[in-house]
Design a protein around this ligand. Sequence first.
Ligand SMILES: Nc1ncnc2c1ncn2[C@@H]1O[C@H](COP(=O)(O)OP(=O)(O)OP(=O)(O)O)[C@@H](O)[C@H]1O
Ligand SMILES: [Mg+2]
Length: 448
Amino acid sequence: MMDSNDIVVGLDIGTANVTAVIGEYDTDRGGEPVLKVVGYGDVPSEGIRNGIIINKEAASGCIVQAVEDAVNMSSRDVEEVVCGISGEHVKGMNSIGVVRVDSRRRGEKPEITEQSKQEAMRSAGAIPEVPDRETFFVMPIEYKVNNQGGIKNPIHMYGNRLEVQAHIITASTSAMRNLKNCIDRSEYGIQNMIPITLADCKSVLIPEEEKAGVMIIDIGGGTTEVGVQMNGATYFTGVVPIGGKYVTGDIAAVLKLSMDIAEKIKVNRGACHESLVDAKETIEMPVTSGSFGDRNISRLTVCEIAKARMWEIFSKVKRAVEDAKAMQYVNSGIVLTGGGALLPGASEVAEEVFKIPVRIGNPVGFTVDIEKDGKKIDGEIFANPRFAGAIGLAQLGLDMKIRGQMAKKRPDMGMSSPDDMPADVGDGLFKKMGKWAWNKTKNFVKDF
Ligand SMILES: Nc1ncnc2c1ncn2[C@@H]1O[C@H](COP(=O)(O)OP(=O)(O)OP(=O)(O)O)[C@@H](O)[C@H]1O
Ligand SMILES: [Mg+2]
């Protein structure tokens, strides 16, 4: 069991908002590793564009603010955070790694060990040298032992040849360094760094969907992140460099409004599917809109503008997933999350584009125990796709802490301590960023 004073912080550094969620192990839930959210912070982003840090000072200011707000609310001390990796620079692909397995002694049958498994994963993660691009994550899909496929865990099997089919995630070295540097400036340590779509999967998917195969689409402000997941394996990770901010931008450009007014109109009265709008409805302009204050705008016009951009987002996602031949795993449907999913009509437009069932995913599987100004906060505040990333990161952080503690108590679980890894482990990023990067991702690589 986890120490009750272990705290996890999920930190989603987005283009529109930086969101931090502090949680701990909910001991009231018996043995189940359920996250209890005890505080949160949610601040508008500065210095981040399309998931990439463009102004370190401004971005680390937002990180400090979001985490401090959460800390003050929870009255807990925080040392480290689980940080999401997102943005245009993150790319996923499937790769194969192969190793020869030798028997330790002559005459013995070769048995697959944790070491051969790790070697196969490293071989899958080895990509041709491309400037500013490194493998950051290697997640097994399945193993083959002597050409016998469909194996989820090959440890202790006999065979001379181990092959892993893996999903690898590469990222821009400089973007990752800047992200790490920003968190360093905030003086918090990093427990783990995790691609945001995996965090979304953790917080919003129900087990049946995940088992059957599902696509998750996280519509953020600057980018839309996509993942295809089936039965514990990731088959696709991708990013479309358009998000909700572009919907706002179109409304502003077509109707000659400021971005602020367009955003207000979108959030308060917007929709992107005509079935939700009465053709006669008008939107009164906010008083603050200056000389255009007496104008009324047709709600259907706003809807048509928004639909065109949402249609483009989903079409680009569809093309990317089809190109990667990953549509075959999307058996149960599509889950939309992220703040952009709050636009009424988003699921209707996605259904028209993909022609399969679509639902909106709010984070689930956690409890809430927060007091603000002497009053309990209603947990409903987190029933919002905007919190999917931060809550998922905290949930994964908790899972990893529990596994880490179990592994310490039961070394037979096959998890070695980070210090056991050879110094030259992995290629690219691991090598360039040194042991730090490997330590932050290794548990994840091994556990999922
Ligand atoms: N009620 C709402 N209706 C429509 N859109 C909304 C609503 N609330 C938020 N949004 C949109 O959600 C987007 C922000 O979502 P989110 O907070 O998930 O983004 P982010 O994670 O900061 O950005 P990114 O993932 O691109 O880095 C903005 O474009 C905002 O306009
Ligand atoms: Mg986001």
